[in-house]
Ligand binder design. Structure first.
Ligand code: ZN
Length: 147
């Protein structure tokens, strides 16, 4: 394993074990739930959007380390972004996870999920929170799935 892969794996393990922003957000004004039937992952994303900017983001849920780490990193990444920037990041991450091409360097910590790409089942774990974020950003209330 290369040093970079090792580092990526540590990021996922760290966020999987000790997720950030893992709590309900009482003043959230965008909420969506997601479910990955293949693995049993459940996630709920809470956003506080003011003047088209995500000022606060959190999640709750139960799932495997990859889905938890993905939700945890997501909440840190979208905070402070405009709704449009966040939607753009959703699109880029989902595209990157299904592309054979390596992730762009500006994806930052999201590139930690590069190592998951070889495992289609795990890709669904990694993208679940992002599908759910997409639904929350667009104010859709139906449950998002990883399918
Ligand atoms: Zn999973």
């Amino acid at each position: 394993m290369s040093d970079l892969q090792q580092l990526y794996q540590e990021v996922i393990i760290d966020h999987g074990r000790c997720p950030r922003n893992c709590r309900e957000l009482p003043d959230a004004n965008r909420v969506a739930e997601g479910h990955n039937p293949l693995c049993g992952d459940e996630v709920k994303i809470y956003l506080r959007v003011e003047n088209d900017v995500v000022v606060e983001a959190s999640f709750t849920g139960t799932g495997c380390a990859i889905s938890t780490a993905s939700a945890s990193i997501l909440t840190e990444e979208v905070k402070g972004k405009s709704v449009e920037e966040a939607l753009n990041l959703v699109r880029r991450f989902r595209e990157a996870m299904t592309s054979v091409r390596s992730m762009d360097e500006d994806m930052g910590r999201l590139a930690a999920f590069e190592g998951v790409k070889g495992y289609p089942m795990r890709v669904k774990c990694a993208t679940l929170a992002w599908h759910t974020l997409h639904a929350a950003l667009e104010n859709r209330s139906e449950k998002a799935t990883s399918e």
